[in-house]
Design a protein around this ligand. Structure first.
Ligand code: CMP
Length: 153
């Protein structure tokens, strides 16, 4: 029988509160410990134009302006993360949007309290992952799989 597990790539952002609070290592560790692999990563300030495109689906929400202001207020980490069922796997590690509803053990459940400053963003579908990866990364930002033991002679 064919496996229902598919290798996927997804988009993950450590938001300004995650960087400011020194949680970058913890967040990346959780992804790696799960078995997910980094394929691209950048440490940068997000410009307002890109932030508006990234969050375009929320343009009519009351929190939209605050969200764009906040996500451009300090450095972020953006990542392309790959693995079996990566979209759902990362969303589960991150936890519910509202940290009060996020399960203990998830990143938001363990490390934050507010809905806007909720530490991490992760694409919520394969379509969103493709759109967000294309918005934030160029083709040559990605590394292909090359385990260390195959690199060293
Ligand atoms: P994120 O996963 O980045 O996707 C959209 C973001 O909008 C979300 O995390 C929160 O930061 C923010 N958000 C979603 N719902 C609310 C809300 N009800 N109030 C404030 N911020 C919200």
């Amino acid at each position: 029988m064919e496996s229902e597990d598919h290798i996927e790539s997804t988009f993950v952002m450590i938001k300004p509160d995650g960087v400011k609070r020194g949680l970058v290592g913890e967040i990346i560790s959780r992804l790696e410990e799960k078995g997910l692999e980094l394929r691209a990563m950048k440490f940068k300030n997000l410009d307002i134009e890109t932030a508006k495109i990234h969050y375009a689906e929320h343009v009519d929400k009351p929190f939209y302006e605050h969200l764009v202001y906040y996500v451009t207020s300090g450095p972020i980490i953006i990542m392309a993360v790959e693995g079996f069922n990566a979209v759902r796997a990362v969303r589960q590690l991150v936890g519910s949007t509202n940290p009060i509803e996020a399960m203990p053990g998830s990143l938001r459940g363990d490390f934050c309290l507010e809905q806007v400053r909720n530490l991490v963003h992760a694409a919520d579908s394969l379509e969103a992952a493709s759109r967000e990866l294309a918005l934030h990364f160029n083709k040559d930002d990605f590394v292909s799989e090359l385990p260390v033991d195959e690199k060293i002679e």
